[in-house]
Design a protein around this ligand. Structure first.
Ligand code: FMN
Length: 187
């Protein structure tokens, strides 16, 4: 059974996580959901855990699993055990951190410890002005230069009321790209 990590940061698009997870588990894909602290404002992690019976982890789990030398190190174990890493949604903040090698929470430590020989999909989601800021393109290009696959944002009326580019790609496009990366039949 393929194992996918969905790494969720704090964009409002995180409300789409249950849709993504449900389509993956319907194909017998093993899903671990990793959530940043701020993303908890957008997703009900307990509900996802109960509804889908998947592994849901946050910073708290990283530190409660490790007390002494020899104890498991969650970000290392997860980065070794999974086949595919999906950064969805990817906030401007977490994009900036990843592109600079910063690893100050469970999600960014998994990315930092992820072998560059394994696939990564990333789905940025942010306000139009944030997306259009020149720093964004530089950071996106950095991730692309490492072989990460961009699932580009789309034009939409955003939650803030602005209309423009920056919304996370449609769930269908993300799920199809996941199936393709894992050689899972999408029909
Ligand atoms: C209501 C609300 C919606 C937000 N939506 C987004 C968003 O869509 N994209 C984004 O990059 N940041 C968004 N932010 C800002 C991030 O949540 C903020 O930068 C946060 O520190 C990101 O944390 P993380 O990257 O650790 O998850 C939003 C903030 C609020 C209060």
């Amino acid at each position: 059974m393929p194992h996918v990590i969905i790494a969720c940061s704090a964009s409002v698009a995180a409300i789409k996580i249950p849709d993504i997870v449900s389509q993956l588990i319907n194909k017998n894909i093993d899903v671990t959901l990793v959530a940043t602290e701020a993303s908890k404002h957008f997703v009900d992690l307990e509900k996802i855990k109960n509804d889908f019976k998947i592994n849901v982890v946050t910073n708290e789990h990283e530190w409660s699993a490790w007390k002494y030398r020899g104890d498991p190190v969650l970000h290392i174990d997860l980065s070794k055990s999974a086949d595919l890493l999906v950064l969805a949604p990817l906030s401007a903040n977490t994009l900036a951190k990843i592109s600079n090698g910063i690893c100050d929470n469970l999600l960014t430590c998994i990315v930092r410890a992820w072998s560059v020989s394994k696939p990564v999909l990333f789905c940025p989601a942010m306000n139009t002005n944030m997306w259009n800021h020149p720093i964004t393109e530089r950071q996106i290009n950095t991730l692309i230069s490492w072989g990460y696959c961009l699932i580009p944002p789309i034009v939409k009326t955003l939650m803030c009321g602005d209309h423009g580019i920056g919304a996370m790609a449609e769930v269908e496009s993300i799920v199809l790209q996941i199936f393709k990366s894992l050689n899972v039949d999408s029909s």
